[in-house]
Write a new protein. Structure first.
Length: 277
């Protein structure tokens, strides 16, 4: 299998460079809220939650005060931005650690929840990461694994990815590389089972966000598809103009087809437990 850039910290350092932690994505907030609901039901107030590919830390910064929160990422840029972000701050604070998810610097059976958003398809060896998650979880603790729904249900991502992909050479995933839409719950279930987890409970959420103006699109896309957005951000001015024109056309076509200006986003959260006892 070809190794894509996103298996290397340097790729993510570049993607996260000049990211604005906490930039206003309504979709990212809705996704985070669905994770907080699970954490609230699963993790005691004195427990510990670890986000193992935390990026610039948006998920944990919004986590309601209570459990100890630890954000880990192998990108030094991401962790630095997460640690340096002035807010919106988390009442209970959070610790930020540079670490590879394939080898978590945590004692066995020491945390109550392992969170993994937009992470499982970027890892070089997802099965090994889930085995690590199992190791560090206390019996009874849960791993929360995020997947996107089908491309047809994620227009908030695909319209931008198509627009960027048509203009920027090399912005599409190399053949044979697992992308954000290739993984299914069935495939992740095999890794989870092999790691030792009980069968996961998959919960689906669907969102529609109004996109009155094309400019409303980019903060959402930046949060949901950071690698593709980075290609757009670094493109030559003429290419950016072309990408924006393509996107405007796709938004118009979508509005005609759907009868309104909203775009879809669908995600799944697999909640897998390390059996107690
Ligand atoms: C698409 S971003 C998602 C960031 C964040 N979870 C979110 O939802 O916004 C993927 C993140 O995974 C991190 N990552 C990729 N491979 C990793 C690994 N082996 N160990 C730790 N972090 C990794 C990248 O640095 C990047 O921040």
């Amino acid at each position: 299998m070809t190794t894509p850039g996103y298996h290397r910290p340097r790729h993510w350092d570049q993607v996260h460079h000049s990211a604005v932690p906490g930039s206003p994505s309504l979709a990212a907030r809705a996704l985070s809220t669905s994770v907080y609901d699970i954490v609230a039901g699963e993790v005691p107030a004195d427990g510990t939650v670890v986000d193992i590919a935390c990026g610039t830390g948006g998920l944990l910064r919004g986590l309601p005060a209570g459990p100890r929160a630890v954000g880990m990422d192998f990108s030094g840029e991401a962790v630095g931005l997460a640690a340096g972000s002035p807010g919106p701050g988390r009442g209970g604070g959070a610790d930020w650690v540079r670490a590879d998810a394939h080898q978590l610097p945590l004692r066995g059976a020491s945390v109550d929840a392992v969170l993994c958003l937009a992470g499982v398809w970027v890892f070089a060896d997802p099965a090994r990461v889930l085995t690590e998650a199992f190791r560090v979880l206390r019996p009874g603790g849960v791993a929360v694994v995020h997947l996107w729904g089908s491309p047809a249900d994620c227009r908030l991502i695909t319209l931008g990815a198509v627009s960027v992909g048509q203009v920027v050479q090399g912005s599409r995933l190399t053949a044979g590389v697992t992308g954000p839409f290739e993984l299914t719950p069935d495939r992740v279930d095999v890794w989870l089972r092999d790691a030792g987890f009980a069968p996961a409970d998959w919960r689906r959420s669907d969102l529609r966000l109004p996109m009155a103006r094309p400019d409303d699109y980019w903060p959402e896309f930046a949060a949901l598809a950071p690698t593709s957005y980075d290609h757009y951000r670094r493109a030559a001015t003429g290419d950016r103009v072309q990408i924006r024109a393509l996107l405007a056309g796709l938004l118009t076509a979508s509005r005609r087809r759907a009868g309104d200006d909203s775009l879809s986003l669908s995600w799944l959260l697999g909640v897998a437990r390390r059996a107690a006892g």
